[in-house]
Design a protein around this ligand. Sequence first.
Ligand SMILES: Cc1cc2nc3c(=O)[nH]c(=O)nc-3n(C[C@H](O)[C@H](O)[C@H](O)COP(=O)(O)OP(=O)(O)OC[C@H]3O[C@@H](n4cnc5c(N)ncnc54)[C@H](O)[C@@H]3O)c2cc1C
Length: 208
Amino acid sequence: MKINNLSNCTGCSACYSACPKSAILMVENNEGFLYPKIDDRKCVECGLCEKVCPAISPLRVQKSECKAFAAINNDEAIRIESSSGGVFTAIAEKIVTTGGEVFGAKFSEDFKSVVHSWTDNMDGLKDFRGSKYLQSSVNESFKECERFLKAGEKVLFSGTPCQIQGLKKYLRKEYENLLTVDIICHGVPSPLLWKLYVEYREKLAASR
Ligand SMILES: Cc1cc2nc3c(=O)[nH]c(=O)nc-3n(C[C@H](O)[C@H](O)[C@H](O)COP(=O)(O)OP(=O)(O)OC[C@H]3O[C@@H](n4cnc5c(N)ncnc54)[C@H](O)[C@@H]3O)c2cc1C
């Protein structure tokens, strides 16, 4: 058994991260969105990719356990750097000051893509602040997060709701030392569109 219907796939990378044979690659489609592609020569049809896929078997959430709070960051400078009140930074700072690691989305060095990464210090949080309106590449972040959790480190993992569900399905067990922050998200725009836009701006700047 292996994933063959990608109609509900969000590109969360849980299957890529879980595959014991490294038979899954995350490959860009014609709009730049990442989707899993299975190498049939490596696949042993163990079915793990289907088991961890939140689109095929979504996590069940106990709605009765949900509570809602409203808050903003007290620090005006942080609020200015953030997109929606800076609560992410407030939570992340707490984790960093107690010795933990924070995962989030940041621009790549050439600004042409967004990637998931981690930091254990305040300075590193700067890169995660602010909404980047395109799909981020999770790369090895789920595996790195699991490594920290197994070592007993406190971890905060932030991302889109699809990525957080993907992480939880990938981990396949609850960790008391894991805190997740999923941002409110209507969907991720095309990474290819962003890349073309950056290239257009680069050309424009060079022609001046
Ligand atoms: C793709 C996208 C769609 C959004 N859709 C909505 C919406 O429909 N309605 C609404 O009210 N708000 C939306 N937002 C805004 C988002 O919910 C707020 O930015 C969020 O609530 C965090 O606010 P903050 O001020 O605490 O943190 P900020 O400092 O503004 O944001 C930092 C946090 O956002 C995460 N993040 C930034 N870009 C990405 C990305 N590309 N992929 C994964 N994680 C990312 C970082 O990891 C970090 O956790 C969207 C943001 C994004 C990136």
